[in-house]
Design a protein around this ligand. Structure first.
Ligand code: NAD
Length: 354
């Protein structure tokens, strides 16, 4: 890959490569944009077939973090750290990682992502003040992600029915893991009718037992007529084929990268299915973490109040989409870029968590 061409394509500011000869750690830190503030984004440790693949992932995901942070109303830029080469995990490996992040001088904060455990995060934090989402602070983000998704469901209901309440509304949920099950709890408390599917039968059964959800098998979920479909499993679930036949009024779920291809957003618009862009819906996790930076350090009530504003943010995006006659996905991106463009004074000074 020609790195400078790749950086210029999406406007990445900095890509750093670190190698620790003692532990074999190979770390890529991609910093996409720091206009709004120091960049944040988790650390991913994944099996990549090549350095190019790892680098592409770091570039793509860091740009996604810029959008997510800006659209979530946070004063943070976007970054992503990728550990390449499947090194053996050890405290020394994550200490080396922490030291490299410290060497970035506060331009980048990181924490958990795919392949990284809470224990790995603690070990990074032993060597760096720039690690977020520790157990002693904001901890597991999935409750906040679920609450944000719940507020997103309320927002799409407001837009499609005039009322935010889920009482009597039929909601389809794909994936009832950490986020999906908590979403079931919140919606069941409002009196929603829940239909769920999960590839792990025990997860679906739990949703049925605890929250009265009806369980269906895999694809059968997409044949249901419903008010809202909430994808809370994996990405790329919204294929052109499914979206051409789905019988729901709106989509709002926590999964990342839901659109299988860019034209799907247009198909949904044409069919009158309201799509709540995933990077706003699932911003609850990062909004929760951002509370660590506020005066007095992490405070759960304040964090949840900030997560609740996902509701207003989505209504704003829907209004932009309507006024400009564009897809909600494009409207969300425009809202994020406009926020970055409007930010005066350029990059902020690095700051330390309180
Ligand atoms: P999880 O692993 O706890 O739950 C995912 C659930 O989906 C599991 O029960 C799994 O069995 C099920 N599943 C997987 N593939 C499926 C399929 N094809 N059909 C039906 N069910 C399937 O993950 P989670 O933490 O609940 O996160 C859910 C989604 O939300 C993920 O896409 C994640 O990236 C995204 N997300 C999570 C957070 C968070 O804080 N946890 C934050 C932002 C975004």
């Amino acid at each position: 890959m020609n790195i400078f061409d790749a950086m210029a394509k999406d406007g990445h500011e900095q890509v750093s490569f670190f190698y620790d000869k003692k532990t074999g750690l190979k770390l890529i830190v991609a910093l996409h944009d720091s206009t709004l503030g120091p960049a944040t984004g988790g650390t991913r440790m994944w099996h990549y077939d090549s350095e190019d693949e790892a680098l592409s992932d770091a570039l793509r995901l860091s740009r996604g973090m810029t959008l997510k942070n800006a659209a979530s109303g946070l004063d943070f830029g976007g970054s992503k750290c990728v550990i390449y080469g499947d090194p053996e995990k050890s405290p020394e490996l994550f200490h080396a990682m922490g030291q490299f992040i410290t060497a970035m001088g506060g331009r980048v904060y990181t924490g958990e992502d795919v392949g990284i455990t809470p224990q790995d995060v603690e070990q990074m934090a032993e060597a760096s003040p720039y690690i977020v989402g520790r157990q002693a602070t904001s901890g597991d983000p999935s409750k906040a992600a679920a609450y944000g998704t719940y507020m997103a469901v309320r927002a799409v209901l407001t837009e499609t029915t005039g009322q935010p309440s889920a009482k009597g509304r039929k909601i389809l949920i794909q994936g009832v893991g950490n986020v999906g099950l908590e979403l079931c709890r919140l919606l069941a408390a409002d009196g929603a009718e829940l239909v769920v599917t999960d590839i792990v039968a025990a997860h679906a059964t739990q949703a049925a037992r605890l929250y009265g959800a009806r369980v269906v098998d895999g694809e059968a979920l997409f044949a249901e007529r419903a008010d809202v479909f909430s994808p809370c499993a994996l990405g790329l679930v919204l294929t052109a084929e499914r979206c051409a036949s789905m019988r729901v009024r709106a989509i709002a779920g926590s999964a990342n990268n839901q659109l299988a291809s860019p034209e799907v957003a247009e198909i949904l618009k044409q069919r009158g299915i309201l799509y709540a862009p995933d990077f706003i819906v699932n911003g609850g996790g990062v909004i929760n973490i951002s509370d660590e930076f506020l005066p007095g350090g992490y405070q759960p009530e304040r964090a949840m109040a900030a997560v609740a504003r996902i509701y207003d943010r989505l209504l704003e995006v829907f209004a932009v989409a309507r006024t400009e006659d564009i897809t909600t996905e494009l409207a969300a991106e425009r809202v994020a870029w406009r926020r970055i463009a409007a930010h005066s004074g350029g990059a902020q000074q690095p700051m330390a968590p309180s």
